[in-house]
Design a protein. Structure first.
Length: 108
């Protein structure tokens, strides 16, 4: 195989981004019985596993199934904030321990 073919092949495999509204429409189509996952996969060219993943997220949280990458659900916001705060406090504690050790060694 030549390098150009491998690069093109890898570029084709790259993940495609789909609009949350489109994902919702696809899930609602499956839920309504208008089409099956297999049919939609053939029509759209989207892998069945991807569509099943969308369906899982849709069924778990029908209000906001596709919040987008980097965004979190409102009920998880406080947990994320508290984890971040905990991490920061642990780092500050480590710095203070090192400072205390340093000053204890260099005391006159």
């Amino acid at each position: 195989m030549n390098i150009k073919y491998n690069i093109e092949k890898e570029m084709f495999k790259m993940a495609k981004k789909f609009d949350p509204a489109y994902k919702l429409q696809v899930c609602q189509t499956v839920e309504s019985g208008t089409a099956t996952v297999a049919e939609l996969s053939r029509e759209t060219g989207i892998c069945e596993n991807t569509l099943y993943g969308w369906m899982k997220r849709y069924r778990e949280n029908r209000d906001k199934p596709f919040v987008g990458s980097g965004r979190i659900l409102p009920e998880n916001e406080e947990m994320v904030r508290l984890r971040r705060e905990n991490k920061d406090l642990r780092e500050e504690n480590e710095i203070l321990k090192m400072a205390a050790t340093y000053f204890a060694k260099h005391q006159k």
